[in-house]
Design a protein around this ligand. Structure first.
Ligand code: GAP
Length: 440
């Protein structure tokens, strides 16, 4: 199927999923706002992830650390020194590029021989300069030395600096994990592809603390678990998922081994989640910079060590874009657009429609809304023809259309219309909640 990112962007705006930030001011680059359906979808995805991590795994607990943290943390983590993108400018048209957009081996490029992709001039591209991606701010009323702080570029560091407090208070035994969902900020030079790369985004990260020597096995386990999550829990097509291993020159400064889970987006294969073996890099550095002993005491074996860390790091917004891209379906035969979202994450689970606005049908439909709304997000719709009402909800990804007609008044039944097949069945209103529970 030929779908473009523009079609997805357009549907997102039309149906209230995602809007460009500051729209009435002409927009604010690389930041997006989530509308009524977008926030429902985002919450459903993040709750699924949270449940998978902190409920299904008894040895993983949650954390919510601050966005602003002690500035020394970013020195220790290496972000002040090494969290850079190589930046190339065109002196002619002032366009700005990431050097690795030209080639992964950009260090060997002779820049004076390269043509600017925008204005076509050759010889005016600068040599790459390193550009730090962290957003700086100041704490307190005056900007002076010592007041500088950073918006976190990853949630991971908040977990590392709290690891001993969490371990001690919850009496966690290695191996154990700490999960966190929260905002991260990066001053991306080239932000593009809708919500794929933005300056403000959300991460869902889990740091798994293991005994050194058991790290390779844990890495393999988490690689499999995370890959399976996408097709088993989010119903993403398995054929559009793959692993990409980071070769030596791609590895981040902290990683011994790293794998990306990639999805085949309309703009090509791209990373949605990274699984990294960070060894004891981060804890060693925080120990050094804070002066605090961060070793773990393994009581039964009477030994002390710094744990190794296996990290699973997913972007919530990218995960959302993945399910949108994967579920977008142009049903040409029936001239409609459908989001074939898994009912578990669909923003609205059912639309309840009286066939006509009279004869007691609206009242009966309201009774069904009242029955379902304590359990699921459902909506009432009496506007327009029944076909139009269904098509509107197909675009919103609503899996079930429930219609009240004259027969409903007589025998307390309702028509259930299934989004993807458009098949209809008649069931007793008493059975509706059970039916939804079976699917969600
Ligand atoms: N703690 C490790 C870490 O942050 P990363 O590969 O830089 O690793 C992890 O980021 C995930 O965060 C990515 O796989 C992606 O899903 C998401 N992410 C990173 N930068 C992003 C951006 N600018 N916009 C949206 N999502 C981003």
């Amino acid at each position: 199927m030929n779908k473009t990112i523009e079609q997805i962007v357009s549907l997102c705006k039309r149906r209230g999923f995602i809007f460009q930030s500051s729209d009435i001011y002409g927009g604010f680059s690389a930041v997006y706002d989530y509308g009524p359906l977008g926030i429902e979808l985002k919450n459903n995805i993040s709750q699924l992830w949270w449940k998978e991590m902190t409920q299904v795994h008894e040895n993983i607990v949650g954390l919510d650390s601050g966005i602003l943290m002690h500035p020394k943390i970013w020195e220790a983590s290496g972000h002040i020194g090494a969290f850079n993108d190589p930046l190339v400018d065109c002196k002619q048209c002032k366009s700005r590029y990431r050097a690795d957009e030209f080639s992964e081996n950009f260090k060997t490029i002779k820049w004076l021989e390269i043509q600017c992709p925008k204005c076509g001039t050759t010889g005016d591209l600068t040599e790459p300069r390193q550009f730090n991606l962290m957003f700086k701010t100041n704490v307190g009323p005056v900007e002076e030395t010592g007041t500088e702080a950073f918006l976190r570029p990853e949630t991971a560091q908040g977990i590392y600096v709290n690891y001993q407090l969490v371990q001690g208070s919850m009496r966690m035994k290695i191996p154990f994990g700490i999960a966190q969902i929260g905002k991260a900020f990066r001053n991306e030079i080239v932000a593009r592809n809708f919500i794929f790369r933005t300056r403000e985004f959300e991460q869902m990260e889990m740091q798994y603390f293991v005994k050194p020597g058991t790290d390779d096995k844990a890495m393999q386990e988490w690689k499999n678990k995370r890959f399976n999550f996408y097709h088993e829990k989010l119903s993403v097509s398995e054929s559009k998922l793959r692993f990409h291993e980071h070769k030596h020159d791609e590895l981040a400064h902290y990683a011994k081994e790293a794998w990306d889970i990639e999805y085949e987006f309309p703009f090509g294969w791209s990373e949605i989640e990274g699984i990294h073996n960070r060894t004891d890099f981060d804890l060693t550095r925080h120990q050094e910079f804070s002066g605090k002993n961060l070793s773990y005491f393994d009581q039964p074996n009477n030994e002390k060590y710094l744990p190794y860390i296996i990290e699973t790091s997913a972007g919530l917004n990218r995960m959302l874009l993945t399910v949108l891209a994967d579920s977008y379906w142009e049903d040409k035969e029936n001239n409609r657009i459908v989001l074939k979202l898994d009912p578990r994450i669909a923003p609205i689970k059912a639309v309840i429609c009286p066939l006509v606005k009279k004869d007691g049908l609206p009242e009966k439909a309201r009774e069904v809304v009242d029955l379902l709304k304590p359990h699921y997000k459902v909506i009432y719709d009496q506007q327009g023809s029944i076909g139009k009402r269904y098509y509107r909800q197909d675009e919103a990804g609503t899996p079930f259309g429930l219609t009240i007609d004259h027969q409903s008044i007589e025998d307390n039944t309702i028509t259930v219309r299934h989004r993807d097949t458009q098949k209809q069945e008649r069931i007793s209103i008493d059975q509706i909640l059970r039916m939804l529970k079976d699917h969600i």
